[in-house]
Each structure stands twice: as C-alpha cells, then as structure tokens.
Ligand binder design. Structure first.
Ligand code: GAR
Length: 205
C-alpha cells in the first residue's frame, strides 16, 4: 500500500512511523510527505529518510480549485492509495476526501467524540480536557470524512490525567501513546485487515 503522510508540525508521529518501518513492523510504503507549511519539522525528517516532500498550501494558488487540482495531481503522481494525517492541521478539501473515502486516517490527541471538532487540535485539546476536569484522555485514530474529527474509529487508547498536569505534561503523555499506536492502525488498514460496517471498524488491529 502506497501511503502519503500529511503533516504540519514537528512530525514526531511521522518519525514514529518511519522508525516502525525501519524496525520491520510496518509494511506500507511511505512514498511522499505532504506539508502545508515549509517550516514543518517533518520536512527535515523526510529529507533524512530520502522521502520526497510536496509543499502544497491554498495560499500558493489563485483559486481553491487550482489548489485542489495540484494536490490531486501530486497524489496521483506518487500513486497514493492511503493518506495518513499525522499532525496535519488543515482540513482536506472535500473532493480529496471523497476520492479517498475510507482511505484517509487521522490521529486526534483525545478520546473522540469528546474534545474534538473544529478548532480542537494540538494543545487546545489538552487544555480543554484539563479545564473540564476529565480524569482520562487518550488518542483516537479514525477515518476522515466530511466533518471534523468524525469518521469511523479505528483505534483508541486511554491515557490517565494526573494531578498537577499542565497541557504540556498531558500532551507529552498522549504523544507517547500516539507514537506507540498509530503505526498499528496504519498497518491494519494498509494490509486490508479491517472493514467498515456502518460506523464500526472491525478486524484485527
Ligand atoms: C499530535 O498530538 C497529533 O495528534 C495532533 O498534533 C500533534 C502533532 O505532533 N493532531 C491534531 O491535533 C489534529 N487534529 P507531531 O507533529 O509531533 O506528530
């Protein structure tokens, strides 16, 4: 399965996937890294692993249509079959979501459907969890659909909230769980081990 990883930030989840490939645990091809921001730390990680990088953002184009066409061309050029969003903070355009129905994975740093939706990403999720007084948080890997943080859930892991947590401390604990688990979902989906029955994703993960 040929995968494109989409990232916007430091790219530690992308790195964790590369490390699992290196270790022989993950058997998908990571054919390209797509970023919407050339400053993304993920770019340096891709270069180090000789993975091509595509920098594609709406602001590079005069119209949304041209942006979408360009993104689709890149995906076609690399023969992408599965999109893996790893800290990608932009919403994918609807034509791409439709073309890759049930072939886009996203990781969210919380237990959906709580603390998800528009504007809920990165540090904001952890702050909201702490402000609410929740005792557990966690990670959710799900297929992306037209709505924010909404598609069928592939995998979830709980992470405890501890007394004295700050958003940074909780984020670090959650990120560790992301690194330990995202590859399992990518491997299961990439190797056709799961199927979708309504909202339920079933199979061996
Ligand atoms: C991760 O915690 C990921 O779950 C989150 O951004 C971080 C990226 O870290 N993604 C979202 O909030 C998307 N809604 P990374 O760049 O080091 O992988």
């Amino acid at each position: 399965m040929r995968c494109a990883v989409f990232a916007s930030g430091g790219g530690s989840n992308f790195q964790a996937l590369l490390d699992r490939k290196e270790a022989g645990d993950l058997h998908v091809d990571i054919t390209v890294l797509v970023v919407n921001n050339s400053g993304a730390g993920a770019v340096a990680r891709a270069k180090k692993s000789s993975i091509p990088v595509v920098h594609c953002a709406p602001s590079h184009f005069q119209t949304e249509k041209r942006y979408i066409e360009s993104l689709q061309q890149h995906l076609q050029q690399y023969g992408v079959e599965l999109i893996v969003c790893a800290g990608y903070m932009k919403r994918l355009p609807p034509p791409v979501v439709h073309a890759f129905r049930n072939r886009i994975l996203n990781i969210h740093p919380g237990l959906l459907p709580a603390f998800g939706g528009k504007g809920m990403y990165g540090e904001r999720v952890h702050r909201a969890v702490l402000d609410y007084g929740a005792k557990i948080s966690g990670i959710t890997v799900h297929f992306a659909d037209d709505e924010y943080d909404h598609g069928p859930i592939v995998l979830q892991k709980a992470v405890p909230v501890r007394d004295g947590d700050t958003p940074e401390k909780l984020a670090a604990r959650v990120l560790k769980a992301e690194h330990a688990n995202y590859w399992r979902a990518v491997e299961a989906v990439g190797n056709g081990r799961v199927r979708i029955e309504g909202r339920r994703v079933v199979g061996r993960i």
